[in-house]
Ligand binder design. Structure first.
Ligand code: G
Ligand code: G
Ligand code: MN
Ligand code: NA
Length: 254
C-alpha cells in the first residue's frame, strides 16, 4: 500500500531518474543506441524496478509513469541528435502491456513528439513477447497507430513467451531482443547456440534487427558476433549509466 501511494506521488516529488544502458553494434562496437531504464529514489532509499514496476502495472500508475518515461526518451533523443547529428544513438524505452490499454496513449505520444521535436524513427518501444501475445488483435491496432507516428517496436525478452510466430509477425516490428537466458547459456549449453543462431537467421529473413541483452563476458560476445547478432547490450560493455555519464562516454568515443 505504501508503494502504491508512493508511486502516485513519485513524479511530482521528482523521485524518478533515468539510466541509459548503451547498445553497441556487434561488429564495430560503436554505440548505436541506449535502453532507458527507470530508477526510483524514495526517502527510504532506492526501490528496484523489478519490485515497483509490477505494482505500478497493477495499480495503474504505470500509465502516468510511462508517459513521464516516454517524455524523457523524447528529450534525450532530441538532445543527442543536436549534439551528435546522424551519429546519435537511438533511444529504446520499455512499455508495459497495461499502457497499450490506455486510450489516450497514442494521442499523448503524438503530443510529446510534437512538443519536444523528437524524431520518432529514432525511438524504439520495447514490449515483452508475453505482453504482445496477451491480446494480439487489440495490440495490432494500437501498435499500427504507434508505427504510423513513426515509432519503432522491439520484442523484448524474445524466446521466453509462448508465441505463435505467425501471430507475432503480424505486428509492425523492427527489432527482436533475445532474452538474456539464451545469452547466459551460450558458453554453457549447445542448445542456446542453436537457438540464437536460428533467431538471427529468421530475423534476417524478416528484415528485423537482433539485439542480445545481458552480455556479461567476452566468450558470450564472441558467440553472438559469430552467430550474426546485430547489436549487443550488457554489463560486459556498460552498466545502465546516469545521463551525464552516458553523454561523456559518447563524447569520448566520437
Ligand atoms: O533496470 P532493471 O534491469 O533493474 O529493470 C528491471 C525490470 O524493470 C526490467 O524488466 C525492465 O524492463 C523493467 N523496467 C525498467 N524501466 C522500465 C520502464 O521505464 N518502464 C517499464 N514498463 N518497465 C521498466
Ligand atoms: O526486461 P528488460 O530486458 O527490459 O530488462 C533490462 C534489465 O536487465 C535492466 O534491469 C538491466 O539493469 C538488466 N541488465 C542489463 N544488462 C545486464 C547484464 O549484462 N546482466 C544482467 N544480469 N542484467 C542486465
Ligand atoms: Mn527492455
Ligand atoms: Na529483456
Amino acid at each position: 500500500l505504501d508503494i502504491t501511494n508512493g508511486l502516485r506521488q513519485a513524479i511530482e516529488r521528482n523521485e524518478f531518474q533515468v539510466r541509459f544502458q548503451p547498445i553497441l553494434c556487434a561488429q564495430s562496437q560503436i554505440i548505436r543506441g541506449a535502453e532507458l531504464l527507470l530508477r526510483w529514489f524514495q526517502s527510504g532509499g532506492e526501490v528496484s524496478p523489478a519490485h515497483f514496476i509490477p505494482i505500478a502495472e497493477m495499480s495503474g500508475s504505470i500509465v502516468p509513469i510511462g508517459k513521464w518515461v516516454f517524455h524523457q526518451a523524447c528529450l534525450a533523443e532530441r538532445q543527442w541528435r543536436e549534439l551528435f547529428g546522424v551519429e546519435a544513438p537511438y533511444v529504446s524505452v520499455n512499455v508495459s502491456a497495461r499502457q497499450l490499454n490506455d486510450e489516450s496513449l497514442v494521442e499523448e505520444f503524438r503530443r510529446l513528439l510534437d512538443e519536444t521535436g523528437a524524431d520518432p524513427n529514432r525511438i524504439v518501444l520495447e514490449l515483452t513477447e508475453t505482453s504482445l501475445m496477451s491480446d494480439v488483435i487489440f495490440n495490432l491496432s494500437v501498435l499500427n497507430q504507434l508505427a504510423r507516428l513513426g515509432l519503432r517496436v522491439a520484442v523484448d525478452d524474445f524466446g521466453t513467451g509462448y508465441s505463435s510466430l505467425a501471430q507475432l509477425l503480424r505486428l509492425p516490428l523492427s527489432k527482436l531482443k533475445i532474452d538474456r537466458e539464451f545469452v547466459d547459456g551460450l558458453d554453457k549449453r549447445h542448445d542456446s547456440r542453436a537457438i540464437v543462431h536460428a533467431v538471427c537467421s529468421m530475423a534476417r529473413a524478416m528484415n528485423l534487427q537482433v539485439i542480445a541483452e545481458g552480455v556479461e563476458n567476452a566468450s558470450q560476445f564472441g558467440y553472438l558476433r559469430d552467430l550474426g547478432c546485430d547489436y549487443v547490450q550488457g554489463f560486459y560493455f556498460h552498466r545502465p549509466l546516469p545521463p551525464e555519464e552516458f553523454l561523456a562516454l559518447l563524447h569520448e568515443s566520437s
